[in-house]
Design a protein around this ligand. Structure first.
Ligand code: SIN
Ligand code: FE2
Length: 221
């Protein structure tokens, strides 16, 4: 497989980074679709605007979020959960764009999870300083499906730990177009994102967008 040059640093870059059993970063996997993905993010956000949700503990999240798909991940004082209705608009979340689901399915297959059928996509927007503290994605009913996480815009430092919160996380830089996939033995790995460094990116301006695909419901449709 050809080694892609890291344009920022002039260093050779591994096309595939192993984070653990069933966990990889596919370097640049989403680059061909990056501009189309951003157009689709803007369309989703026109229907379901980005908002800063509140955790059950009463903290306002620094990451702004929206969703598309059959259900969306939300948090408020009552807890974390999936809901088919956007509490901000009172309407269903926007349909998942085909460019989203196609990419997520291909990335999952590339990482060894053929047959992934995402029904939810959480869209995260990080502005400089925004961070996501270590957490597990565990509100989904179907934990046999992986998480597929697409990075667009400004780079971030991704923390990928183990199954215990106390396991020291690995730190890996995620650039625009990188896709992280984790599932199987690492499906419930703790993960997070360091505070975003300031900068501007040709695609997104002064932010990072992350698309996180899940199979939230296990009932066949
Ligand atoms: C998440 O854990 O939902 C997002 C991870 C990321 O922004 O890379
Ligand atoms: Fe997560």
């Amino acid at each position: 497989m050809a080694i892609q040059p890291d344009l920022l640093h002039g260093l050779p870059m591994e096309p595939l980074v192993h984070l653990g059993a069933g966990a990889v970063v596919l370097r640049g996997f989403a680059l061909p679709e990056a501009a189309d993905l951003l157009v689709a993010v803007e369309a989703v956000a026109r229907e379901a605007p980005f908002r800063h949700m509140v955790t059950p503990g009463g903290f306002t999240m620094s990451v702004a979020m929206t969703n598309c798909g059959e259900v969306g991940w939300i948090t408020d004082r009552r807890g974390y959960r999936y809901d088919p209705i956007d509490p901000t608009t009172g309407r269903h979340w926007p349909t998942m764009p085909a460019v989203f689901s196609d990419l997520a399915k291909r990335a999952a297959a590339e990482a060894g999870f053929a047959g992934f059928m995402p029904d939810a996509c959480l869209v995260n927007r990080y502005e400089p300083g925004a961070r996501l503290s270590l957490h597990q994605d565990r509100n989904e009913q179907d934990l046999s499906a992986p998480i597929v996480s697409v990075s667009l815009g400004l780079p971030a430092t991704f923390l990928f730990g183990g199954l215990q919160r106390s396991d020291r996380p690995r730190r890996v830089r995620l650039d625009s177009g990188d896709v992280a996939v984790w599932g199987g033995p690492t499906r419930l790995a703790f993960h997070g994102v360091d505070p975003l460094a300031d900068g501007t990116h040709a695609l997104t301006g002064r932010c990072r967008i992350n698309l996180t695909f899940r199979r939230a419901a296990c009932t066949p449709r």
